[in-house]
Design a protein around this ligand. Structure first.
Ligand SMILES: [Zn+2]
Ligand SMILES: [Zn+2]
Length: 129
């Protein structure tokens, strides 16, 4: 892969966060480094980085395509309310597979994140009172 200043900028932007952003977020951040970069260029560079195995696409049913610079195998927690994606320590939730012929695994857990759960818990308390 030939060195490209634009591609490295896109990569650095994605690497700076663990929020698994979508293309629009990455585009806005990359524009702070390269003001005249286009959305199409950002998207093309993300595809190239993914094809080269330097970043990963996050498979979630959240409607938008999300990206991850963390390429080590890890599980994701997806909030079905706000769409937030957080990394899950695989050791914590015991999702592991030790079959020799498995090269690749993707674990996605769906639920409601702490931030979205707070108002729900608050409501429950009010109802109980
Ligand atoms: Zn949430
Ligand atoms: Zn991740």
């Amino acid at each position: 892969m030939r060195f490209s200043k634009q591609r490295e900028a896109v990569y650095e932007v994605l690497r700076s966060t663990d929020t698994h952003p979508d293309v629009a977020w990455i585009y806005n951040q990359t524009r702070k480094i390269i003001p005249n970069i286009s959305l199409g260029t950002v998207y093309r560079n993300l595809n190239e980085l993914a094809a080269a195995g330097r970043i990963k696409r996050v498979s979630c049913e959240c409607g938008s395509e999300r990206f991850d610079a963390q390429i080590q195998p890890h599980a994701h927690f997806v909030c079905i309310k706000c769409g937030a994606i957080t990394d899950v320590d695989a050791g914590k939730c015991n999702v592991s597979c030790r079959l020799d012929n498995v090269f690749y695994s993707e674990v996605t857990l769906y639920g409601i994140c702490d931030e979205c759960r707070a108002p729900i818990e608050q409501n429950k308390k009010e109802i109980q009172q």
